[in-house]
Design a protein around this ligand. Structure first.
Ligand code: ADP
Ligand code: MG
Length: 402
């Protein structure tokens, strides 16, 4: 697979798919980590005399909705704040912005880029054809470039026009395509969690968070690779219900119960569930909070309890590799942070352990509680890192480069 340094870039127009899908409040970027992480690739290209075009998606735009709703989504997900941040990071004279994604205006701006300069295109999802990998759209984007760099790990699990169609066309035309530094680093680190070597055992996975139906599918694959899976967060209640345990009004995905039960049985003791929980009488505006072994009727699990923190810490002892996805509780609220903090502490205190976080909220929690720098690798892609494990190291946006 081609790397950035294999590319011939001097005076060439290089189209780079970045992941600038940053969290925002209104027009204010609340965490610019994804932009900062893209800088090594961008700077390498600029200093090598390339003309650089950057493009990315930002937020969700559902083209099936009414015209007004689509317009509102476009307004909300305008790439302009990313452009302003890029100007701050790279110099305002170096970066220009196209408020369109395609058409004559874009082509004119592409023609104006000088070596050592950047043009940022508008949000790729402004185009209906992006998520459908529309061939006409991919063809137009491909026509802007002499070469393509994939540096959007967070989008590598999606075969969209910008992540799949464009490199496929360029490759067929005999043009160069390569992985950027960010994706190279992700592949290097996550491959270790996929192709497990003896020295990395015991290998423990910790799953939590809220998106149960998205994540539960990975358990099958993880069971083949890991020695143990510890499950906390909202996911734990689907498992508990599947095993006939009381869960009160805790979040549960009823259509996953059978699968959860099967996973648990297949695991033959290698799936470890919480033994106690911090519960409240409501998710918001609760008035009663207690630690319980069995969740009473009308109560909701908000975090793993202290006995579970001890149990998980014990189960982690001696681990040589840990993959963690999903907070153990509602860590955004002070009363339900202990589980997630406990797990962060237990993982980062392990000696000689290769530790990976693959999840946006898990990474945010680790950062908030001061543990982020103690992990070996913090992935920029939650869904992508899980899918990479699920698909035995393969992601469409990366495979297409090879
Ligand atoms: P990641 O982004 O790390 O993949 P998710 O997006 O799946 O993680 O889940 C993060 C969310 O899960 C957080 O907002 C957290 O509040 C929520 N969560 C964790 N445990 C619970 C719980 N017991 N009940 C409700 N929400 C929970
Ligand atoms: Mg999340």
């Amino acid at each position: 697979m081609k790397r950035l340094k294999d590319l011939n870039i001097k005076n060439k127009t290089v189209l780079v798919r970045c992941d600038f899908n940053v969290p925002r409040k209104g027009d204010v970027i609340t965490d610019d980590n994804r932009i900062v992480q893209a800088l090594p690739t961008i700077k390498y290209l600029l200093s090598g005399g390339a003309k650089v075009i950057l493009f990315s998606h930002l937020g969700k735009i559902k083209h099936k909705l009414s015209e007004e709703e689509v317009e509102a989504a476009k307004k909300k997900n305008n790439m302009l704040p990313v452009f302003l941040r890029l100007q701050e990071l790279l110099g305002s004279d170096k970066v220009t912005f196209s408020d369109k994604t395609r058409g004559d205006k874009v082509r004119k701006l592409v023609d104006l880029i000088q070596p050592g300069e950047v043009l940022l295109l508008q949000n790729t999802r402004y185009e209906k054809g992006e998520e459908k990998n529309d061939p006409e759209l991919a063809k137009e984007w491909a026509s802007y470039a002499d070469a393509y760099v994939m540096d959007a790990f967070g989008s590598a699990h999606r075969a969209h026009a910008s992540t799949y169609g464009v490199p496929e066309i360029l490759k067929a035309e005999g043009k160069e395509v390569a992985l950027g530094y960010l994706v190279e680093k992700e592949v290097e680190n996550l491959s270790r969690c996929v192709n497990v070597e003896k020295a990395d055992r015991p290998y423990v996975a910790i799953l939590g968070g809220f998106k149960v139906s998205d994540k539960i599918k990975v358990i099958d694959s993880l069971l083949k690779k890991c020695d143990k899976i510890l499950i906390g967060g909202a996911m734990a209640y689907t498992f508990k219900k599947a095993l006939g345990e009381p869960i009160g009004i805790s979040p549960v995905e009823d259509d996953q119960l059978e699968y959860a039960k099967k996973c648990f049985e297949d695991a033959k003791g290698r799936i470890v569930l919480p033994v106690d929980s911090v519960v409240t009488d409501a998710f918001e505006g609760w008035t009663k909070k207690e630690v319980v072994k069995d969740i009473p009727e009308g109560m909701e699990g908000m975090d793993i309890g202290p006995k579970t923190i001890k149990l998980f810490t014990k189960e982690l002892k001696g681990a040589k590799m840990v993959f963690w996805n999903g907070p153990m509780g509602v860590f955004e609220q002070k009363d339900f942070q202990a589980g997630t903090i406990g797990v962060c502490k237990a993982i980062t205190e392990l000696e000689g352990c290769f530790s990976v976080i693959g999840g946006g909220d898990s990474a945010a929690a680790a950062a908030e509680f001061g543990y982020k720098d103690k992990f070996s690798h913090v992935s920029t892609g939650g869904g992508a890192s899980l899918e990479m494990i699920e698909n035995d190291g393969h992601l469409p946006g990366i495979d297409v480069i090879g």
